[in-house]
Design a protein around this ligand. Structure first.
Ligand code: ADP
Length: 237
C-alpha cells in the first residue's frame, strides 16, 4: 500500500500546487515539478504492471503461450532494454549449439529481466553480471544469472521469492526502488513453465539465481527444424 500511496500522494500534491498557484511558480520550477510527476507516474505504472502480473499468475490466468525460441534472442531482447552502460556489464555465455527452448518469450523475458535488473542494481559498477545457459541434461535447460553484490542473507534464500518480501536490512543502494514483486513474478513464470528457480550465494561473494526449465515438455510437439518436412504444415501459422 505504501508503494501505491506514496507516489499517488506526491502526484496529487504536485498537481494541486501547480493548479492553484500557477503564477507563483517560475517556468523552471514548473518544469521540475512536472518532471517529478512524470517520474512518479512511471514508477506507479511499473508497480501496477507488476501487481497485475503477479495477480494473473496466481490466479492461473496468465498461462504461458510456449513456442520454440532461440534463447539468444530472448536474452537479446532483455539486454536491448538496458542502457548501453548497463548492457556493457552483462556477460552472456550461451553455447551456439543450445537447442531451441520451449518458452513463452514474453514471460520468460520478463523473468530474466527481473533477475538481471536486480543483479545490476546490487553489483557495484563496473563489476559484471553473468548470464549463463546450457543444457544440464537432454531434458533440462539451466539458466543462471550471477552478480557481485552482497548476496542473500543465509536462511532467506527461499523467502525472497515470496510476494512483497524484502531481505532483512535490505542492502540495496540508496534510492533504488522496488516493491518485492520481481522475484515472485520470476518464480511464478518459471513454475508456470514446469520449472524451478532458486537463489544461492557464490563462494567468492554475490548471488546466483538458477532456473531449471524442461527442454522437452510432453505437451509440445518438437520444434519445426527437427521435424520431418511436411507439405501441409509448411505455411501453417
Ligand atoms: P524488489 O523489486 O524490491 O527488489 P525482489 O522480489 O526483486 O524485490 O527481491 C526481493 C528481495 O530480495 C529484496 O529484498 C531484494 O533486496 C533481495 N534481492 C533480490 N535480488 C538480489 C540480489 N541479486 N542480490 C541481493 N539481494 C537481492
Amino acid at each position: 500500500s505504501h508503494d501505491l500511496r506514496t507516489p499517488l500522494a506526491s502526484i496529487k500534491a504536485t498537481v494541486t500546487s501547480l493548479l492553484h498557484a500557477e503564477s507563483a511558480h517560475s517556468p523552471e520550477a514548473r518544469r521540475e515539478l512536472l518532471q517529478a510527476v512524470d517520474e512518479e507516474t512511471d514508477r506507479l505504472n511499473t508497480f501496477v504492471g507488476a501487481l497485475l502480473d503477479i495477480s494473473r499468475l496466481e490466479a492461473g490466468a496468465w498461462q504461458p503461450e510456449k513456442d520454440w525460441f532461440d534463447l539468444v534472442d530472448v536474452v537479446g531482447t532483455v539486454l536491448g532494454r538496458l542502457s548501453d552502460r548497463e548492457s556493457a556489464r552483462v556477460q552472456v555465455q550461451i553455447p551456439p549449439d543450445l537447442p531451441l527452448v520451449p518458452v513463452d518469450g514474453i514471460q520468460m523475458g520478463q523473468a530474466i529481466w527481473n533477475l538481471v535488473e536486480n543483479a545490476l542494481k546490487f553489483s557495484p559498477p563496473p563489476r559484471p553480471v553473468e548470464i549463463q545457459a546450457y543444457a544440464a541434461d537432454p531434458e533440462t535447460l539451466r539458466i543462471a544469472v550471477s552478480d557481485c553484490g552482497p548476496g542473500i542473507p543465509p536462511g532467506e534464500e527461499g523467502r525472497i521469492f515470496e510476494k512483497f518480501y524484502r531481505v532483512s536490512g535490505d542492502r540495496r543502494p540508496e534510492g533504488v526502488p522496488g516493491a518485492g514483486l520481481g522475484l515472485a513474478i520470476a518464480r511464478g513464470v518459471v513454475e508456470a513453465h514446469g520449472g524451478r528457480i532458486r537463489a544461492m550465494n557464490r563462494p567468492g561473494g554475490g548471488a546466483t539465481f538458477e532456473l531449471l526449465l524442461p527442454l522437452r515438455p510432453p505437451e509440445m510437439p518438437p520444434p519445426r527444424d527437427i521435424e520431418e518436412p511436411d507439405e501441409e504444415d509448411a505455411d501453417a501459422g
